[in-house]
Design a protein. Structure first.
Length: 614
């Protein structure tokens, strides 16, 4: 039985990530990178597909858990009839691993009261739960290896394979277990380290000191936050989550550390989100800058420029963490999927789509960086000039849209609006910063796109912008029209669009991405069914704030805060029928939206205000 997503905590070291359940089991772990093959994949299958359970035996569940303040060090308490223990988990932070350190997980069990029996069960399956490794056991060290991967397990208590109590080596694999008992004040420490089979064995470390150093690193990072509004706890937790999902060596931020967690339980909308989306560019930049994390914003800007380097027509909507372009999608047929949701996918075929909006998104992000005073990159304006040439030639083309539909291209209204935003930012770069460019030509182009959208993308009968030209369907992405400055929030067309989305896309106060009809299912190319999209619901709150409806925006925001799990984490979507989070977890865009909306509510110069004024 799959744990609800609300039961999971995130561990991360800014190169890879893990999910830890409330039962003490690490059910998802990809090493050495976010997009590496999982060695623990139980979240997409069963314990036999890999996990590390560390808890009192008998299916114990946490009686309490928390992160240690503003850190990513997790504490999970278990209370039994015999006493209580605490499991402390973290991934030690080495943002670029230039010190030669290897990715690893530290786990420490502390006796709190009584005498408690604890069991550690480690099932290693490389290649997303498929490959059974060989084991080598020497003293209290166990090494599992297969192909290019090796995991070394060290601990204060030796792990052995059931039925094999010698120092075996070389024969086929199986689980390894350790049983021990702790009294009050006793501790037992464990560590798993990834390497290649050719590497020298990892050196022994003091796990307790490593946890303390990791805690200190996060506390020092959190102290740089400049947000001091009424939602500081939620904002800080979102920022820490985003930092954990950033890839230290490059500055890229993955959309989520997981793949194929379904948008509908039992459904097929299961995608790999362990990549970096250009569509998140401006949201990311504004959130980091609003919170005071300029170094991270610069790293993100630099990642953007490196990733999109090349011919503008080859620009993708997503890239790998180092800017990789080949994100070939395939299915893992040996995994039954989360809650039976198949197929399980690795890679993402949407990377091959044409999305017009990403050109505007990148232009906007680079413009916002320039406005904030981030030192200019000599190549940034050259990149923007090339993008404008492409937009001028292709803004009339249909595209696949922000939602990556797989049923055919359309003239999506949001895509055209973002094309307008791209040209607008070029105009403003010339006007505000004196950069060189054909200003009159760009002003005319901006006006042509604006007139086209208003004439063909607005339903005058219903008083709303639609999903695409000539359609009757709605799209929550057009909530961004006032945020990007296309029209002011006071415009009656914006007001009519908000009202239409309230009527037709809201369920229990949460916003669906777009109208689900038989026609849109054909457009989508997939069966119907998904949860309410949490970033869109934050965008509704932003639209309210920009329209002067601050109390309504605050009410929506606080309703969203109640969806977070006990550790402050959000997924991509929310199933209003099942009352549970769905989609990949945690989701960067949800946490970015949380930070931006909190800042919007805190002042009249928040990210949405800043962006709308360009």
């Amino acid at each position: 039985m799959a744990l609800p997503l609300e039961d999971y905590a995130l561990l991360g070291d800014m190169q890879s990530a893990a999910l830890v359940g409330g039962d003490g089991s690490i059910d998802w772990l990809c090493l050495p990178r976010f997009d590496s093959g999982a060695c623990f994949a139980a979240v997409l299958g069963t314990p036999e597909h890999g996990r590390w359970l560390l808890a009192p035996p008998g299916g114990q569940r946490a009686t309490a858990r928390r992160y240690r303040g503003d850190t990513l060090v997790l504490e999970t308490d278990f209370t039994t009839d015999d006493g209580a223990v605490r499991v402390v988990d973290c991934m030690p932070v080495r943002p670029d691993r230039r010190d030669g350190g290897r990715p690893d997980i530290f786990r420490r069990v502390e006796g709190l009261s009584g005498r408690v029996h604890v069991r550690s069960e480690v099932t290693i399956r490389f290649g997303y739960g498929d490959t059974v490794p060989w084991f080598r056991e020497v003293g209290r060290r166990t090494t599992a290896f297969a192909g290019p991967d090796a995991l070394t397990l060290d601990g204060d208590v030796a792990h052995v394979r059931p039925g094999n109590h010698g120092n075996g080596g070389g024969d086929g694999g199986g689980d390894v277990v350790a049983d021990f008992t702790l009294g009050a004040g006793d501790t037992a420490e464990f560590r798993i380290t990834w390497s290649t089979p050719r590497d020298r064995p990892p050196a022994q470390v003091d796990v307790g000191q490593g946890i303390a150093a990791t805690e200190q690193w996060w506390r020092e990072w959190a102290r740089r936050c400049r947000y001091d509004g009424p939602y500081r706890e939620a904002v800080m937790r979102s920022l820490i989550t985003l930092k954990a999902m950033s890839y230290g060596p490059s500055g890229g931020i993955v959309a989520a550390p997981t793949t194929s967690l379904p948008e509908k339980l039992g459904g097929v909308r299961n995608w790999d989100y362990r990549f970096c989306w250009i569509r998140d560019a401006t949201f990311t930049l504004l959130a980091l800058l609003a919170a005071g994390y300029e170094a991270e914003a610069v790293a993100w800007r630099e990642w953007l420029l490196r990733a999109v380097a090349g011919a503008p027509e080859q620009m993708q909507l997503m890239y790998g963490v180092e800017g990789e372009r080949r994100l070939v999608e395939y299915e893992l047929d040996w995994l039954p999927g989360y809650a039976g949701s198949r197929p399980v996918r690795v890679g993402n075929a949407a990377s091959e789509q044409f999305q017009l909006d990403v050109y505007g998104e990148l232009m906007d992000a680079l413009h916002q960086a320039r406005r904030h005073g981030i030192p200019p990159d000599n190549q940034a304006w050259d990149v923007q000039r090339a993008l404008l040439d492409f937009l001028e030639a292709h803004w009339r083309d249909p595209d696949d849209g922000i939602w990556e539909v797989r049923g055919g291209r359309r003239h999506f209204v949001h895509s055209k609006v973002m094309a307008w935003a791209g040209v607008d930012r070029a105009v403003r770069a010339v006007e505000q910063f004196g950069l060189a460019g054909p200003l009159d030509d760009w002003r005319k182009l901006r006006g042509d796109i604006f007139d086209d959208v208003c004439a063909r993308g607005f339903d005058t009968r219903r008083g709303t912008f639609t999903q695409y030209y000539g359609s009757q369907e709605l799209d929550a992405a057009v909530l961004l029209i006032p945020a990007v400055g296309f029209l002011p929030a006071s415009d009656e067309r914006v007001g009519g669009t908000i009202a239409a989305i309230e009527r037709e896309l809201c369920r229990d106060g949460f916003v669906q991405r777009y109208t689900m009809t038989e026609h849109t299912q054909q457009l989508d190319g997939l069966p119907p069914g998904e949860g309410a999209f949490l970033p869109c619901t934050f965008w509704l709150a932003d639209a309210y704030v920009l329209a002067g409806r601050r109390d309504e925006g605050r009410a929506v925001f606080e309703r969203l805060l109640h969806l977070r799990n006990d550790l402050g984490l959000l997924s991509e979507e929310y199933d209003v029928d099942e009352k549970r989070l769905v989609g990949n977890f945690p989701q960067a865009l949800s946490h970015l939206a949380l930070v931006n909306t909190a800042c919007d509510l805190a002042s009249d110069t928040g990210p949405s205000h800043r962006r709308s004024e360009a």
